[in-house]
Structure formats: structure tokens, C-alpha cells
Design a protein around this ligand. Structure first.
Ligand code: NAD
Length: 504
């Protein structure tokens, strides 16, 4: 891969369509900003409806092209393995690019990129394992089979928080099945997806199998989700945008997979080691500066240990090191966008107005080593929170946790489920019966017991309620990106008179 942070710095990045990097038809480019300084660092192409139409046409042609359509499953798997190894060889460079673009800690992006090849290998192994069924039909001399086939062109719209890792979980299975893809990365972090496109080209995927159209949601995103040539959308992003995209897709009766926002409950019972639970709550909400969809941003603590827990949480939060995302000793880096910074600050202020108290944090850190223009926000604990306060109702996507006490299990489950979201949840308890009752009653797609944010591409996950539908990971995802075709074959060699009805 030729692309690195220094080749991107000050450059103009192009669209990737039909196997080539090309300029946008309208000739427009958008600035991308460095979150640690707030300064621009490169420009990327602004795709309009014409560019999107060309990309969908390229993906459509690639889908029909025998070079891809008639490639054996084994060969498709081999291509994905080649890509996996290219990602492995370039993992650290990809991590540096993504960190520069979205401000996520370098140690985290490195860990994500180094884990990605395993995910490509996992789905490469499924390329030759997707199979249909033979079904009884209650008729002699007849074979009734269901075939599994690719869908066609899949539109993928990704967010800025973990662009490549989130893309891998859907791109790899999609390609393993034989679909073609048009990706619209977030306008706040496009660089790593374009670098991946270079690796896709290097791996030898036929031209047009993967295309990348960069630009805003309002232009490129809208054009992609209104295009009649797309067979399915995978959207990862906010619930508000998901609602809009599902509406657009409905006009063409196109199905979607929606991986949306969350306001996940994190529950602590008094029977656990408080230090361990505090570590879980802290990593669950402050990791990646709270910019994770599964952030455990509503924390419910058993009343008998509430004061002890709050003291421990405050003391642990005060020890979090906010700093440059590239520094090895940083725990929490900047937010990825200037808008995020003002949004988080406004929600904290509204929480205080509604009666919550800032126990620790609550503002921008004052540290000499941080550029004053950087988008940093202190890890923040809000006590005396209530579920109906704005900062407890809405997803902040920032390092803020609201804490409240509960008396018993019945009240806890009511409070935990009192949200329009249903992405993830966590519980800390040594009582296995209680943990299982929680897992049974909680309205969330993922339940963590005595851990948080532990995930694997080998298991399917996704949201309930307004956190979305469709699943990523595990073998289930192979069904998300393929469709069934029913084939009935009469092998009697003697078609019966259709107007003679034989009753039993
Ligand atoms: P966002 O909804 O603002 O943007 C996501 C993508 O949608 C971007 O590429 C954007 O350009 C595009 N977009 C925006 N408007 C569009 C439109 N009208 N038509 C088509 N595309 C449009 O989300 P974000 O701020 O980039 O990401 C943060 C959100 O993503 C949070 O809500 C977070 O919870 C969610 N998220 C969910 C998961 C999950 O797996 N459930 C994972 C990561 C992030």
C-alpha cells in the first residue's frame, strides 16, 4: 500500500469506481479535519448523484461479469484471504490513518486493524459453505430445492467511529457470497476506506466489485439510498439517519440492515467486587471517548452500595489520562467532530438544569500539552440522574455516564428497559439466577455479564427497538446477504393433464 498519513496530508483523495481512482464529475472536494488540532489535513472528493450512478452501474456490471459471477466459491475465498494478508501487512499504517482522521486512540485502532485479518479469513472460509436445502413437497417424482444466491449490488453506509472494523463485518461476508458493493464512508473519516480500496485493487478483485463514493450524507448518501439499482443497504450510524434511509429504500422496496444508536444500561449489584464493576463501567462508557454505539451510558447501582460505588467511580475517573491519541499512555483522546464537542457540552448543561449533578469532569480539559483547538472533553460522571432527563434519553456519543440507584431487581429491570433503544446491556453480579433473569428480560441485542464491550465476529449481534434490525457476524450474516430461490423439478418424465384433479 502506497498510502500513508504523509501521502494523505495536504492531498486530494479521489473516488474509487470501476477499479480506478477517479475525480468527481462536479470537480468538488471537501476538507477533512484533524481532531487533535481542529485544522484541515486533506481533501476528499464530493460525489454527487452522477458519480453515485456511475458507481452503481460499475458494481452492477461487475455483478454480471463472468470474471466475478462465475468465479468459484473457493477462488472467492482465496481472494478474501489475499486481502486479509494485505490488511495484516499494512495494519499499522491503516491504524495511523484512521487515528489521524477520527482521533481514536492509536493503540485501539492498531488492535482493531491487527484483528481484522482474522475476520476476513473467517468469512473467506464461509464462501464455500453457504448452502440451500432439499424440502419434501408431498408429490412423487419431484425435487423441491432452495438455492442460496447473492443479492446483487449492496450499498454500505458507514460511520466515522470505527470505519474499517465496522465495514469488515459486512464487506467480507458480502464478497464471500459474490455480491458487489458501493461503499459511502462517513464524510468525517474517509481516508482509511480509500486506503482499503487500494488493497482491494492490489488483492486482484475484478474492477467494479468494490467501489467507494465519498461525500456528504445529503448528496452521496441520499443519491445512493434512492438509487433503484441497489439490492440491499447496510447502514451503520444514528437512528435519525437510519429512519431516513429506510424511508428512501422503501420507495424501491429495497431491504436494509440497520445498525443504529444506543443508550445502553449498565447494572451493578452489591454482591460484586466494586473495583471490578467500576473498571467495567469506566471502560464501557469512556473507551473511545464514549463514541461507541454500545456505550453503557446509563448506570444503575443497587442502593445498598451506591455511595461506595460512586466514590470508587469518581476516584477511577479522575485517574483517566486525557491526551493525544497517538501517545501510548493516553486513555481517552479527543472527540472526532467539533459538533460532537458542543453537543456533549450542551447535554451536560441541560442535565444540570434538570437536577443532575456533575460529580467529576463536565468540561474541556485544561492541559498545557493539548492544542486549544482540539476537540477534547473530560470523562464525566453525572449523579442524581433520572431516565427522563434529556441526557439520559438521547445518545450523546461522548464520555458521559448518568448514574442512579435502584432498590430491587423489579425496579432495576423497569429502569433498564425504559429507553427507546435496545442495542446492548451489562450486569455485574455473582448471582447466576439473577444474571439469567436479566438476560431473559432485558430488551437488548447483546447482554454482557461481568464484562462489557467484549465482542466477536463469530457471533451475530445487532439491535432491538430503535437500535435497528438485521445482524452482523456469525453465520447468520451469510443469510443477510444472500437470498433464497425455490426450484421445483418434476423428474417423472410425464407431465399430467393439468385439468384432471386427482383427489385422495
Ligand atoms: P450518522 O447517522 O450521522 O452518519 C452515518 C453515515 O450516514 C455517514 O456516512 C453519513 O454521511 C451518512 N448519512 C447521513 N445522512 C444521510 C442521508 N440522508 N442519506 C444517506 N446517508 C446519510 O452517524 P455518525 O455520526 O457517523 O455515527 C455515529 C452513530 O453511529 C451513533 O448513533 C452510533 O451509535 C452509531 N453506530 C452504530 C453502530 C452499530 O453497530 N449499531 C456502530 C457504530 C456506530
Amino acid at each position: 500500500m502506497k498510502t500513508t498519513v504523509s501521502t494523505i496530508e495536504g492531498s486530494r483523495q479521489q473516488l474509487f469506481i470501476g477499479g480506478e481512482f477517479v475525480a468527481p464529475k462536479g470537480g468538488n472536494y471537501i476538507r477533512s479535519y484533524n481532531p487533535t488540532t481542529g485544522e484541515p489535513w486533506y481533501e476528499f472528493a464530493e460525489a454527487d448523484a452522477d458519480d453515485v450512478a456511475i458507481a452503481v452501474a460499475a458494481a452492477s456490471a461487475a455483478f454480471r461479469n463472468p470474471n466475478w459471477r462465475r468465479m468459484t466459491q473457493t477462488d472467492r475465498g482465496a481472494l478474501l484471504r489475499r486481502l486479509a494478508e494485505l490488511v495484516r501487512a499494512n495494519a499499522d499504517a491503516l491504524a495511523e490513518i484512521e487515528t489521524r482522521d477520527n482521533g481514536k486512540l492509536l493503540k485501539e485502532t492498531r488492535a482493531q486493524m491487527r484483528a481484522m485479518p482474522d475476520s476476513y479469513h473467517y468469512f473467506a472460509g464461509m464462501a464455500d459453505k453457504l448452502q440451500g436445502d432439499t424440502i419434501p413437497i408431498n408429490r412423487l417424482d419431484t425435487l423441491n430445492i432452495n438455492l442460496r444466491e447473492p443479492l446483487g449490488v449492496v450499498g454500505m453506509i458507514t460511520p466515522w467511529n470505527s470505519p474499517l472494523m465496522l465495514l469488515t463485518g459486512t464487506l467480507a461476508p458480502c464478497l464471500a457470497i459474490g455480491n458487489t458493493v458501493v461503499i459511502k464512508p462517513s464524510e468525517h473519516a474517509t481516508a482509511s476506506t480509500l486506503a482499503l480500496a487500494e488493497l482491494i485493487q492490489e488483492a486482484g478483485f475484478p474492477a467494479g466489485v468494490v467501489n467507494v463514493v465519498t461525500g456528504t450524507g445529503q448528496s452521496a448518501g441520499e443519491a445512493l439510498t434512492r438509487h433503484a439499482g441497489v439490492a440491499k443497504y447496510v447502514f451503520t450510524g444514528s437512528t435519525a439517519t437510519g429512519r431516513r434511509i429506510a424511508g428512501n429504500a422503501a420507495q424501491n422496496l429495497v431491504p436494509c440492515s440497520m445498525e443504529l444508536g444506543g443508550k445502553s444500561p449498565h447494572v451493578v449489584f452489591g454482591d460484586v467486587d466494586i473495583e471490578h464493576a467500576v473498571n467495567g463501567v469506566v471502560s464501557g462508557v469512556f473507551a473511545a471517548a464514549g463514541q461507541t454505539c454500545v456505550a453503557g451510558s446509563r448506570c444503575f447501582v443497587e442502593a445498598s452500595v451506591y455511595d461506595r460505588f460512586i466514590d470508587a467511580l469518581i476516584s477511577r475517573t479522575q485517574r483517566i489520562r486525557v491526551g493525544l491519541p497517538t501517545a501510548e499512555d493516553t486513555d481517552v483522546g479527543p472527540l472526532a467532530l467539533a459538533d460532537q464537542l458542543s453537543k456533549v457540552a450542551a447535554y451536560v448543561a441541560s442535565g444540570v438544569k434538570e437536577g443532575a449533578k456533575v460529580a467529576v469532569g463536565g468540561g474541556r480539559p485544561q492541559k498545557a500539552d493539548l492544542a486549544p483547538g482540539g476537540w477534547y472533553f473530560e470523562p464525566t460522571v453525572m449523579v442524581d440522574a433520572q431516565n427522563d432527563m434529556a441526557f439520559m434519553l438521547d445518545e450523546l456519543f461522548g464520555p458521559v455516564v448518568g448514574v442512579m440507584a435502584f432498590r430491587d431487581e423489579a425496579e432495576m429491570i423497569e429502569l433498564a428497559n425504559d429507553t427507546r433503544y435496545g442495542l446492548a446491556s451489562g450486569i455485574w453480579t455473582k448471582d447466576i439466577d439473577r444474571a439469567l433473569r436479566f438476560a431473559n428480560r432485558i430488551e437488548a441485542g447483546t447482554v454482557w455479564v461481568n464484562t462489557y464491550r467484549s465482542a466477536s465476529f463469530m457471533s451475530a449481534n445487532g439491535g432491538f427497538k430503535e437500535s435497528g434490525y438485521g445482524r452482523r457476524g456469525g453465520f447468520e450474516v451469510m443469510h443477510e446477504f444472500s437470498r433464497l430461490k425455490n426450484v421445483i423439478i418434476d423428474y417423472s418424465g410425464a407431465m399430467q393433464d393439468p385439468f384432471v384433479i386427482r383427489l385422495k
